[in-house]
Ligand binder design. Structure first.
Ligand code: SAM
Length: 482
């Protein structure tokens, strides 16, 4: 789509949105005339942020924390409930009660796409991205570029899951007599990635909703941290714990469906200057989570995690589930990991006696702490050594990938790059000659693969940075104690 075409389609979307009551004017100001040609202009404007999500929403004026920014009436939301008002679709869907809500929403989206101009959401549908970089879209080469076993496993699982969900959905779509092109796995991947990366939470359906205009907000990581395992379990029953977690989760998002106004409402989580990008916290995600569901990552993500596999001898009592044993971005071990390591370095016959102290997060003894830190640093060094490339390799590879991505002719790239095993792997995976990579004439398909390759290298570099931060952190603690 040319820039001009895109601008026209965006205008049409904003005009349609204004007509159906989507508005960035707070209700108290609703007497002030809403520009009928656009639902935006009072608080927000569509803009482009190349370094932070591409297309997004900018502040149209100085905004204050707590300001209502956008209201999207329930009638505008693309939900299972709305689409399944079509009796024929509802009848086909009813025959397959085992489909998940997300599968249903994926099918509903494809059914609307099949209606083309006949769909009520047509102006919205034509502005959806044409492709996605979420993990289910990764190919074998890109998955292996992640290098870390856990991440490869998560990606492979995401691909397998997408395929099996497609097979399950296929029966219904055939009964609906969707066009053959919409029955393909490629179409399914597009639709399910749209749902995964754009659906917003609604209380009545786990799949969420597609929210025209409201889904143009790009993501910022929430400041508040919800470290479930860090808030002590002690003295709390499961219900209290869940309630606490839910109240945290509510604070972590700055938009939500409001029953009183039957609208999805978005609020400013902080003050914004005119022209600044207004961001939304979709939730607390590690970089792997972001990659899996949204197809991007943050090079500085306060909620990133590097998971560590501990041998059974360390996580002795299996007290901590695997997902509590990780390093934080600054390299500090999570609460669970530190407890497990401290107890792991305690002689068997003393573990019971110091258990309570350890589970409350206290240091057990200076000797124990030094042993823990040395062991942890050694483990991180080993992990770094076992990975096929160093952080320096990754950083220089990223520079080259950036040039390839921008179709810059690679004059100044060292010849050695092409002997790099990984570059060879990329060429083979895409059935390409070295020359094609150098002359900057890549097809759209190859460019999409470059994009995913870049994300994989960025991800593993962030992971390695956390391990490296951990080594520095451990040596600092040992230095302080000794
Ligand atoms: C709900 S949409 C946001 C609007 C989107 N940029 C668009 O053009 O339609 C979510 C998608 O935007 C992109 N995105 C959002 N926040 C981002 C960020 N901070 N950095 C990079 N990409 C981001 C990702 O592709 C993500 O899947």
């Amino acid at each position: 789509m040319s820039e001009e075409e895109e601008a026209l389609k965006m205008e049409a979307l904003l005009r349609w949105a204004a007509q159906i009551g989507i508005s960035d004017v707070p209700s108290s100001n609703s007497s002030s005339s809403i520009p009928s040609s656009s639902c935006l202009g009072h608080s927000l404007l569509v803009s482009h942020f190349p370094l932070a999500g591409g297309r997004g929403l900018a502040a149209a004026r100085d905004l204050r924390k707590g300001n209502l920014l956008l209201r999207v009436p329930k009638a505008a939301l693309l939900t299972n409930q709305r689409v399944l008002q079509d009796e024929n679709l509802a009848y086909c869907m009813k025959k397959h009660p085992n489909l998940s809500s997300s599968q249903k929403l994926t099918i509903c989206l494809l059914a609307e796409v099949a209606n083309a101009r006949g769909s009520w959401w047509y102006p919205y549908l034509v502005m959806l991205p044409l492709s996605y970089d979420t993990l289910p879209n990764f190919h074998e080469f890109e998955i292996h570029a992640l290098q870390v076993e856990d991440a490869i496993w998560v990606s492979e699982k995401a691909v397998v899951k997408a395929r099996s969900e497609w097979k399950e959905g296929l029966l219904v779509m055939q009964e609906m007599e969707l066009k053959p092109q919409l029955l393909s796995f490629r179409s399914w991947l597009w639709a399910s990635s749209t749902v995964s990366s754009r659906a917003l939470h609604i209380p009545w359906d786990d799949a969420g909703c597609l929210c025209p205009v409201g889904d143009l907000f790009n993501y910022a990581a929430p400041d508040d941290k919800l470290c479930a395992e860090e808030s002590h379990f002690e003295g709390k029953d499961e219900k209290q714990f869940t309630e606490q977690a839910n109240s945290h989760a509510l604070r972590l998002t700055d938009g939500g469906y409001e029953e009183e106004s039957t609208s999805y409402c978005f609020y400013a989580k902080r003050n914004y200057k005119k022209g600044e990008q207004v961001l939304l916290s979709y939730g607390t995600y590690s970089n792997l989570d972001l990659l899996e569901h949204y197809g991007f990552l943050l090079t500085s993500n306060p909620n990133d995690k590097a998971f560590l596999q501990l041998d059974a001898a360390v996580n002795i009592s299996k007290t901590w589930p695997k997902d509590c044993l990780y390093l934080q971005p600054d390299g500090k071990p999570s609460f669970g990991l530190l407890c497990a390591l401290r107890l792991g370095e305690t002689p068997m016959n003393r573990r019971r006696a110091v258990g309570r102290l350890a589970y409350s997060g206290f240091l057990l003894s200076n000797e124990n702490e030094v042993l823990v830190m040395k062991k942890l640093a050694k483990h991180c060094c080993q992990l770094l050594e076992e990975l096929p490339t160093t952080m320096k390799d990754d950083a220089s590879l990223l520079l080259a990938i950036e040039k390839i991505r921008n179709q810059i002719v690679l004059f100044d790239v060292p010849e050695s790059l092409f002997y790099h095993e990984e570059v060879g792997g990329f060429l083979r995976a895409n059935g390409m000659e070295k020359e094609r990579l150098m002359d900057g004439s890549l097809s759209a398909k190859v460019l999409r693969s470059v994009e995913r390759w870049k994300l994989a290298v960025q991800w593993r570099l962030c992971y390695k940075e956390i391990l490296s931060n951990c080594i520095s952190y451990c040596s600092m603690v040992v230095g302080q104690i000794s």
